[in-house]
Design a protein around this ligand. Structure first.
Ligand code: ADP
Length: 254
């Protein structure tokens, strides 16, 4: 009798979870189109395609732009999470050069770093073998880690991107910052969805979904993720993937 009731409860729970996932994924999908329209037209206005702007108009458009972009990233992340929960995340795995991937993420975030007065340093990682990952998803992971390292830094701080081949034949990409660090007692919560560890009380924008998604994506691509952090000194996040031996670039020898 008790077992039958437990079974029924579990089935109801699974159904509810499926309904929630479907709802989230439909909603996020439907929200994206109008949001992209909002952002697109704000960009046109900001480019003064519809006539010159007063400083106040430019300022207000900036707020709409920031708000819209924030909402879009939230929607995209919720959509990703719901796909993951439903087991519907498709990965397209290919050989990806680590240095090029790091350079792309670096270049995409230089202006964010400049605004935060943080120096973004890219250590050369040429000559390392490729890794077998989904190119866009790796980019998403790097963008999450690097933008965190910038956001939770301090003016005059640095963010260093580095890659190396580990003794157990994996390629490790690391993002080290000189930021606030993560309070030791809260480090266990770091990868939980919607967990912002106090950042919700600051002006720093975020969804609390970045690291949860990054961890899932890295693991789904056969990788590992980890970090070390000293409160008040800085943090170092790393991800690593097995070497793709067959397509390694030869290292030039002199
Ligand atoms: P968010 O959208 O809030 O940045 P994340 O999932 O990316 O969400 O990170 C969760 C929380 O972990 C952040 O709100 C922040 O408090 C903390 N955090 C993440 N990366 C760093 C970092 N490099 N330095 C200090 N704190 C960090």
């Amino acid at each position: 009798q008790i077992e039958a009731e437990l079974f029924q409860a579990r089935q109801l729970e699974q159904e509810a979870s499926r309904a929630k996932t479907l709802f989230l994924s439909n909603m996020s999908h439907e929200l994206r189109t109008p949001l992209n329209a909002v952002i697109g037209f704000v960009q046109l206005l900001e480019g003064e395609q519809a006539g010159p702007l007063t400083p106040k108009q430019r300022e207000y458009l900036g707020y709409i732009h920031d708000g819209g972009t924030h909402l879009l990233s939230l929607v995209n992340e919720v959509l990703d999470l719901s796909k993951i929960e439903a087991g519907r995340l498709d990965l397209s795995i290919e050989a990806v050069g680590v240095h090029a991937a790091m350079e792309l993420a670096h270049n995409s975030l230089v202006s964010l770093a400049e605004k935060a007065r943080v120096v973004l340093i890219l250590r050369p990682a040429n000559g390392l073998p490729d890794v077998g990952v989904d190119r866009l998803r790796l980019h998403q992971c790097l963008m999450n880690l690097i933008s965190n390292a910038i956001k939770y830094n301090r003016p005059g701080g640095t963010v260093t991107l580095d890659a190396r081949r580990t003794p157990d034949d994996r390629i490790e990409i690391a993002v080290a910052d000189t930021g606030r660090g993560i309070p030791t007692e809260r480090q266990r919560e770091l990868f939980q969805p919607f967990q912002r560890l106090g950042a919700e009380h600051t002006a720093i924008e975020g969804t609390g979904l970045g690291l949860a998604l990054t961890r899932y994506l890295v693991e789904a691509m056969g990788g590992k993720i980890g970090f070390s952090s000293r409160p008040g000194v800085g943090s170092r996040f790393w991800i690593d993937f097995p070497v793709l031996a067959a397509v390694s670039h030869p290292v030039a020898t002199v």
